[in-house]
Design a protein around this ligand. Sequence first.
Ligand SMILES: [Zn+2]
Length: 300
Amino acid sequence: MLYGALEAGGTKMICAVGNESGQILDQESIPTTTPDETMPKIIEYFKAKLSPELPEDDRIAALGIACFGPVDVRPKSKTYGNILYTPKIPWRNYPILQTLKDALNIPVAIDTDVNGSLLGEATWGCAQGLTDAVYFTIGTGIGMGAMSGGNLIHGMLHPEAGHLFLNRVPGDDYKGHCPSHGACFEGMASGPAVAERWGKPGKELADMPEVWELEAKYIAQALTDITFVLSPQKIILGGGIMSQTQLFPLIRKYLAEYINEYITTKELRNMNAYVSPAALNGNQGIMGAIKLAEMAAEAE
Ligand SMILES: [Zn+2]
């Protein structure tokens, strides 16, 4: 069976066709500009994968969307599948799910980009076989996808663990970058926060250990809170900031220090596996969308 997958991002839309093994068989990237310009190209891509001229086995059976947020992922909501109050103004309130459903007439499922990445990792990556895991993307913004008891968590809308309130690290007087909260997790530790605090982007700060010491302390605080609240079996870290791989040992060290043996589990004893880089080479989001499509096809 073939599935359509859309990883809807703020700068590009990755359209793909994959199979039930998570293999990506075809892929195309379309720049995210306005819905008027971008959506017809996405529809054209997937319509070609539904063409009656194709043998039936070569047509996609469903579409999964892993979408940038905020997006309404509550199936019972009137605005289910709409992009909500995004700073990308042309996309505000845009009904991305319904538009694709109407255009393609196949089952379509949608979830957040971070839940999509987690689903990809839980199906084919480093969280296979786990029922409780979280995925953080730490880059331009900070977002978290979470799975509890085998189900992706949505809650009343969706979790926003990128905006956890953290303790200021002594000596750090940076005001914070979040327009809503100033010094929340994203305000202190996102890519733009690192760039503003230190005067240049993270990738130009690789050889300054103090940058990553501080960054690791904020990330480890957030991971401590999530470990206490959701009790995940694994925490996966992706996003541009995490390409600074020197962060991983520091985060693990501070996470262990902050938990301070308040909880002890076999997972926490193996900190290298507990805090893990994403394992699907940047394809976790699109592979998660393939899995979403499979789930949509099965739900029909
Ligand atoms: Zn915030």
